[in-house]
Structure formats: structure tokens, C-alpha cells
Write a protein that binds this ligand. Structure first.
Ligand code: ZN
Length: 188
């Protein structure tokens, strides 16, 4: 069942996600619903906070974007990105290993707001999968960007926090309007 994605101004987006200590049927259902939601919104990643739950769970599927390459390495060997999608990451730990690169980003909690964000181009990831088993990989390109964007969400960090001053200034009116609309909606 697709869920509703909450927008900027909703307090849960600023909450750090609790660690998941066991992969219960509730968590599995949430992950399945989050994937459906991602596809329904034509997104490529979603964090639990964006559907109202402050837990360390994110789902990713970069197959929705074909013009920005991703790379994946499992145990030091190149792996098939598409064949590894969708990814469900529980309690992810993300370590930068590459050089910072700038690239365009959006966020389902910030409709129609896009900006260039600088992030390391490669990261090492450790997480649990939906079976509760450890998952380790290195990724680059778009996938590395999405992993970092979603892992930020799990810690209450939003992509506007990573924008440079000038970009954030340019988007200030749009951001204020979005927040005001969200707050007005929450009061109803
Ligand atoms: Zn986002």
C-alpha cells in the first residue's frame, strides 16, 4: 500500500531514526509499503521519516533514472547495479571514500525543489538487509548520492542542510512557502 510522503516542515523529518533491533513483520511491511510509495511518487529512494516513522530504514531503487550512472562493488568485485535493486537498508553506516563531487538532487519531501549538492562520489556501506543479515558494499555515482541522501534523512538531516549558502538563499522563498503550507496542513 503506497503511503503519504510528508513534506518539509513536518517535525518527524528532523528526528533521528531509532536503531532497528530485529526485523519484525511490521518492519517488512513498512519496507514493502515504502517501496510501493517510492514507485508511486517516481522517486529513487525513501527514508522511513518521510512516511512518518523515525527508524533506521531506507529503500532505494535507482533503476528509475537511466541517464546518471551508478557503480556497485561487492567484496571488491564489480556487481550489477540493476540486478541488486531494490535495496532495503536497515541501520546503515555510510563511510565516504571518494572525492567530493557536485550533482543535482531533489527530494520527495521537497516537491519541485532541486539543487546541486556536493558529496563524496564513493561510499562504503554497512547495513542489515530485510532478512536481518549483514550487507556490505561500495558504491559510486548516483547510487552513492542516493545512499548518502537517505542516510542523512535517517539522522534528521535534509538536503537543504548540504546546500551552499548562495543556493539556499536563492531557494529561500520557495522553502519558506513550502514550510508554511506544511504547517498549515498539520493544523487542519
Ligand atoms: Zn529526501
Amino acid at each position: 500500500m503506497p503511503l503519504t510522503v510528508v513534506k518539509y516542515g513536518t517535525p518527524v523529518l528532523r528526528q533521528k531514526g531509532a536503531l532497528i533491533d530485529s526485523v519484525t513483520p511490521t518492519i517488512r511491511k513498512l519496507a514493502a509499503d515504502m517501496l510501493e510509495t517510492t514507485y508511486a511518487y517516481k522517486g529513487i529512494g525513501l527514508a522511513a521519516q518521510q512516511v512518518g516513522f523515525a527508524v533506521q530504514l531506507t529503500v532505494i531503487d535507482v533503476r528509475g533514472v537511466t541517464d546518471r550512472p551508478s557503480s556497485l562493488e561487492l567484496k571488491g568485485q564489480p556487481a550489477d547495479v540493476s540486478g541488486s535493486m531494490p535495496l532495503v537498508l536497515i541501520n546503515p553506516e555510510v563511510k565516504p571514500v571518494g572525492q567530493p563531487v557536485s550533482g543535482p538532487e531533489g527530494c520527495l519531501s521537497f516537491p519541485e525543489i532541486y539543487a546541486d549538492i556536493t558529496r563524496p562520489d564513493t561510499v562504503d556501506v554497512k547495513a542489515l538487509n530485510l532478512e536481518g543479515q549483514p550487507l556490505e558494499f561500495r558504491c559510486g555515482g548516483l547510487l552513492a548520492r542516493v545512499v548518502q541522501h537517505e542516510s542523512d534523512h535517517l539522522n534528521g538531516i535534509l538536503f537543504i542542510d548540504r546546500m551552499d549558502k548562495k543556493t539556499k538563499e536563492e531557494l529561500r522563498d520557495e522553502l519558506e512557502l513550502l514550510m508554511a503550507e506544511t504547517k498549515a496542513g498539520l493544523k487542519r
